[in-house]
Design a protein around this ligand. Structure first.
Ligand code: SF4
Length: 383
């Protein structure tokens, strides 16, 4: 008799709604780990090797909690993985070892990785892993699962972007967030049909636009760079985007599920060439994780007229630590302030907010100085 399998996957921001749909369409049970909290963090940290990076510990805590609470279920734990060179390369074997050492035997780990060159090896390898992950399905069901999950991810990202745009402009504090939460719930529970998701997205964007706000304001612009998981998971980055938005900033995150996936799978070569071109003189080789993207996106943010950049750096992350060193030169050469914020289980809310406030104040005063210089120059020219 075939064993009934329940899937558990890394919870990352709001994208969990899409992953749930993916597995449900394929006919599987799925359990979404709860957002990080002090208990899951403590469990993950105390069972991980000390030197491992923070995201590893976070996810270990989440997986352990799900396994502990469901001893009679059998799980496939979906783990993302790459060939390195950072610690991402050995997440899966290490999870398996730690969980077995802790006495869990109701799971297997299935890792998913991007398609790496040479393509004649990378593509078959990718599909082999995919079959291992979800089993054999009618091709149509598999395609449908991908399409629906893709649309849900896209819809959620559109709503999130709208929320961060509107918060610093809203007339009544909290009104945008309320509208977003309602919109997200509708997408989360939307029927698994493209037409329905598109319709709900259009309706909800319209509702969010109707939140009373002042559109025409010129706010300081801050770009967010850093390690992908921490950037995308609000429960671990202490809702940095929302906090910046409430501080009156136009905030833009460089990595989303959609562009991260497209850049690593469908347009990997183009993306890499672009990155090498932008990063010339700073970083011309792969250092793992999202380190190269952090450099590239800082330069691109400056070119797009952003006032500052914040790097989200998980403790123990080698690529982002290396990028941080290079970023200080980029910051100087391109005259763009960069704040690196390191996250671990001890990162406290109060100190974190103080650092954000100080950074935003500094950006605002830089803007004022720039504006007064421009005004002075204009008045000299007109007299
Ligand atoms: S990029 Fe950093 S945080 Fe992510 S797996 Fe690699 S070392 Fe860990």
């Amino acid at each position: 008799m075939r064993r009934k399998v329940t899937y558990v996957f890394p919870r990352m921001g709001y994208s969990y709604a899409a992953f749930e749909s993916f597995f449900q369409i394929l006919g599987y049970d799925v359990i979404t780990p709860e957002p990080s909290n002090s208990k899951t963090l403590k469990r993950g940290v105390s069972n991980s090797p000390q030197g491992m990076c923070f995201p590893f510990k976070i996810l270990l805590g989440q997986f352990m909690k799900v396994l502990e609470e469901n001893p009679h279920k059998y799980f496939k734990i979906v783990s993302l993985e790459s060939y390195g060179p950072c610690r991402f390369g050995y997440y899966s074997p290490l999870y398996a070892k730690i969980l077995r050492d802790k006495g869990f035997d109701n799971f297997e780990i299935v890792n998913v990785e991007g398609i790496y060159p040479p393509w004649y090896r990378g593509i078959p390898r990718f599909f082999k892993k995919l079959v291992k992950l979800v089993g054999w399905h009618m091709p149509w069901t598999g395609i449908r699962a991908f399409v629906i999950a893709g649309w849900k991810v896209y819809a959620i990202e559109q709503l999130e972007r709208k929320m961060y745009h509107l918060i610093p402009r809203e007339n009544v504090t909290g009104s945008t967030e309320k509208a977003f939460n309602a919109a997200f719930e509708r997408i989360h529970h939307a029927p698994n049909k493209v037409k329905a998701i598109k319709r709900i997205l259009a309706e909800e964007l319209k509702k969010m636009d109707a939140v009373p706000h002042v559109e025409d304001v010129n706010l300081p612009k801050v770009g967010l760079i850093g390690e992908a998981y921490m950037l995308m998971d609000y429960s671990n980055n202490l809702e940095i985007e929302k906090k910046l938005a409430y501080l009156g900033v136009d905030v833009d995150r460089s990595l989303w599920v959609t562009n991260w996936t497209l850049d690593r799978i469908l347009r990997a070569k183009k993306h890499l060439n672009h990155m090498l071109e932008v990063n010339k003189g700073y970083l011309d080789f792969f250092i793992g994780g999202d380190g190269q993207e952090s450099i590239m996106n800082t330069i691109l943010y400056k070119k797009k007229g952003f006032d500052g950049v914040i790097q989200v750096l998980p403790f123990g992350c080698l690529p982002e630590t290396a990028a941080k060193q290079i970023l200080s030169r980029v910051s100087e050469d391109f005259d763009i302030p960069v704040l690196s914020l390191s996250f671990d289980e001890q990162t406290g809310e109060a100190g974190f907010v103080t650092r954000l406030e100080a950074f935003v104040d500094m950006l605002k005063s830089r803007r004022e100085i720039e504006n007064s210089k421009v005004k002075k120059a204009e008045s000299v020219l007109t007299h």
